[in-house]
Design a protein around this ligand. Structure first.
Ligand SMILES: NC(=O)C1=CN([C@@H]2O[C@H](COP(=O)(O)OP(=O)(O)OC[C@H]3O[C@@H](n4cnc5c(N)ncnc54)[C@H](OP(=O)(O)O)[C@@H]3O)[C@@H](O)[C@H]2O)C=CC1
Ligand SMILES: O=C(O)C1=N[C@H](C(=O)O)C[C@H](O)C1
Length: 263
């Protein structure tokens, strides 16, 4: 059994992770950490449905329950400190929270190597999203003109999404030095052409009703190719999170991307 602590346990993702861990026979939920007390209205403060006690102090919860793995779905401004705390206490972070800077990831990597505590980060745990990214990387070799549109629920804090940034990074790794669009193009309204990563435009839509969606649109001579993924429910991320909990301790240093641990 792998002992798991969940941070952000009362959030949209955290609640789904708590359930997934409880439902898996090879994982044991030893602690749930969140700033809030109870998960649902009507639940006693400090207690989640199914009797899981929610702690508000990460290091205390780690010291008391001795997890092997900490799954983090919190906030972009919280995840770095959580990861550093876990690594220092010998616990492997499995990080789903997006918005970590490259500098922060490098510091996490350094500490993970120094303390010999493996760390796993995935900007997206849904297998369909991973396939979308890998297919986009493949397509970019042949169709280098590309833009990304990501669409998310309106409670999302970071833009662009971690998935969109990783998609752009994967595309950039394979596409030849390339300039797209008109060199004299002018934005008449700031932001009209979206954000830019190495010349790749990323457009972020935030609306109620969405969960997590992305289109990668390639343009070529007389044709376009659209690769689209839709997470319609947060259950879509759970098999990936469970797999990472089971595999992280066998990794070393920092591993980024679900594709790295798929068979
Ligand atoms: N990698 C992936 O596959 C996926 C990644 N994500 C990412 O996961 C993150 C969380 O998303 P989501 O669940 O929708 O967000 P939520 O806001 O629903 O959940 C975050 C939870 O963390 C709590 N929290 C805040 N600070 C702390 C802290 N210091 N310690 C413990 N808990 C804390 C929040 O409490 P409070 O509300 O009081 O601040 C909240 O309950 C985002 O970065 C999102 O982009 C989401 C889906 C999939
Ligand atoms: O905030 C979300 O919901 C999601 N965040 C991740 C991201 O930023 O890519 C993963 C998924 O898109 C859902």
């Amino acid at each position: 059994m792998v002992k798991v602590l969940v941070t952000g346990a009362c959030g949209r993702m955290g609640q789904a992770v708590v359930k997934a861990v409880l439902d898996d026979k090879d994982l044991e939920l030893v602690a749930a950490v969140d700033l809030k007390g109870g998960m649902d209205a009507g639940t006693a403060a400090g207690t989640a449905p199914c009797g899981v006690v929610v702690s508000t102090e990460l290091s205390k919860a780690i010291q008391e329950t001795k997890p092997e793995v900490m799954v983090d779905f919190t906030r972009p401004d919280v995840v770095f400190e959580n990861a550093m705390t876990a690594i220092k206490l010998g616990v492997s972070p499995v990080i789903g929270t997006t918005g970590l800077s490259e500098e922060a990831k490098n510091e996490i990597k350094k500490l993970a190597e120094e303390k010999k505590v493996p760390v796993f980060i995935a900007p997206n745990f849904a297998i369909g999203a991973v396939l979308m990214m890998l297919m986009a990387r493949q397509a970019a070799k042949y169709l280098p003109d590309v833009e990304i549109i990501e669409l998310h629920h309106d409670k999302k804090l970071d833009a662009p999404s971690g998935t969109a940034v990783q998609t752009a990074q994967l595309i950039q790794e394979v596409r030849e030095a390339h300039k797209q669009g008109h060199p004299d193009e002018k934005e008449k309204m700031t932001g009209a052409r979206g954000a830019e990563y190495e010349g790749i435009r990323i457009h972020s839509v935030r609306l109620p009703g969405y969960v997590a969606h992305q289109e990668v649109i390639f343009g070529g001579l007389g044709q376009t190719l659209t690769i689209r993924h839709d997470s319609l429910d947060r259950e879509s991320f759970m098999p990936g999170v469970v797999l990472a909990c089971k595999k992280v301790r066998a990794l070393s240093g920092l591993t980024v991307g679900l594709e790295k641990i798929l068979d």
